[in-house]
Design a protein around this ligand. Structure first.
Ligand code: PLP
Length: 428
């Protein structure tokens, strides 16, 4: 596979952009090669600037649930363009998208649009703090909620100690208000609430973790958070930026029948345009400015092109709910084929999958939290990734990410992928 043009483009980009990329994982640093520069994408395929074609399982990290350049979405954007790119004033498409989200997601009465998932979660925790008058936020190790200061915190040493910053530039004074607990650990959660329940403003979680690779919640774990937050007057924030409108039409909330106080969205609700949103119970949401004392604003929030794309994508999903069952079958097929091939060639793997989200971990230990995810053989992953890429399969360039299926993946795509996986297991 010739990727010389991408290599040259990367060298050029590095002169003007830190690390040559606008989001770190794109640099392919974990897989020992240079990134591919994408020229165009259509359906299940992406095409790089050297003219190579790939079956894409990244899907722009989640938004492209219908496949790339889906006509109903691109047409909606095209027809919005000529009416102006931004007004900084209300437009009807904002109410339309907000109404769709409120109609679809049970615990969302009202919703505020922002420009990214990071902004949504950052605003949601400010709201939780403002609403409760408390400071402490609980998050779970291995969950990613964007890059705001309070959420770039990793576990400290020992259970129920406060976290430390996982990035330079985050003051320790911020870190001390974020408590980091192991995912799926009910005992740690109980003990945290027992010790400081009256100081906990909110708990934020990925209802199916996708940012340490896919890790599903244990039966009852989300319900446990709901019980404890209710009991202690804390706000339960479900971060559906990745899972929203993916794990079911009403996301993980619908799939698991769980209730939350605030829900954050992004990715799919923008159809590929930069969008985020946070919504929830009216009583809490009306603490946000201008009705309440918690300030949050955005020059480009509710942007008419982004709203047009989001409305088109969600409308399509509302009208084609059979997509969810079909994508479940696609996921089940890949999981089955991958497991059989790994077993045949004696490669230790664990596959975690929920619907269209799936991770292959190179380990012989069940992956239930960040600690067990980290037992994976990342050197083996690196080889696996590069060999799959050479066979035309574009996966996320890290062990700790999800593979995303989309509606545009065809039977032929999946068979090619399974075949490539089989070949790679043989030489791994
Ligand atoms: C991607 C993601 C975010 C951050 O969204 P951005 O749009 O990248 O800022 C937040 N939470 C979760 C669960 C995500 O997957």
């Amino acid at each position: 596979m010739n990727t010389n043009k991408s290599k040259t483009a990367f060298d050029e980009a590095k002169k003007y952009i830190p690390g040559g990329v606008n989001s770190p994982v794109r640099a392919f640093a974990n897989v020992g090669t240079h990134p591919l520069f994408i020229a165009k994408a259509k359906g299940s395929r992406v095409y790089d600037i050297d003219g190579n074609e790939f079956i894409d399982y990244v899907g722009s990290w989640g938004p492209m649930f219908l496949g790339h350049a889906k006509e109903c979405v691109t047409e909606a954007v095209k027809s919005a363009v000529d009416n102006g790119l931004s007004f900084g004033a209300p437009c009807l498409a904002e109410t339309e998208l907000a109404k769709r989200i409120c109609d679809i997601v049970p615990c969302v009465d009202v919703v505020r649009m922002v420009n990214s998932g990071t902004e949504a979660t950052m605003s949601a925790i400010r709201l939780a703090r403002g609403y409760t008058g408390r400071n402490i936020i609980v998050k779970f190790e291995g969950c990613y909620h964007g890059h705001s200061d309070s959420l770039l915190i990793k576990a400290g040493s020992g259970v129920a100690t406060f976290g430390s910053a996982s990035s330079a530039g985050v003051p320790e004074d911020f870190a001390k208000y974020t408590l980091v607990l192991p995912y799926n650990d009910e005992a740690a959660l109980d003990s945290a609430f027992e010790k400081m329940g009256s100081e906990i403003a909110g708990v934020i979680i990925e209802p199916v973790a996708g940012n340490m690779g896919v890790v599903p919640p244990r039966e009852g774990f989300l319900q446990k958070i709901r019980l404890l937050t209710e009991k202690h007057g804390s706000v339960f924030i479900i971060d559906e930026v990745m899972t929203g409108f993916r794990l079911s039409l009403s996301g993980a909330i619908g799939r698991f029948g769980i209730d939350a106080d605030i829900v954050t969205f992004g990715k799919i609700i923008g159809g590929g345009m930069p969008v985020g949103a946070y919504g929830g119970k009216r009583e809490i949401m009306e603490f946000v400015s201008p009705t309440g004392p918690v300030y949050q604003a955005g020059t480009l929030s509710g942007n008419p092109l982004a709203m047009a794309a989001g409305n088109a994508q969600l409308e399509y999903l509302q009208e084609h709910t059979d997509i969810y069952e079909e994508i479940e079958q696609k996921g089940a097929y890949l999981e089955r084929e991958f497991k059989a091939a790994a077993e045949k060639h004696g490669i230790d793997i664990r596959i975690n999958r929920v619907g269209s989200m799936m991770s292959v971990f190179f380990t012989d230990t069940d992956v239930v939290d960040f600690e067990t995810a980290c037992k994976s053989d990342t050197e083996r992953f690196k080889k696996y990734f590069n060999e799959m890429l050479r066979r035309g399969i574009y996966l996320a360039p890290s062990q700790f990410e999800s593979l995303f299926l989309c509606d545009a993946h065809t039977e032929e795509d999946l068979e090619k992928t399974a075949k490539a996986f089989g070949e790679v297991m043989e030489i791994l």
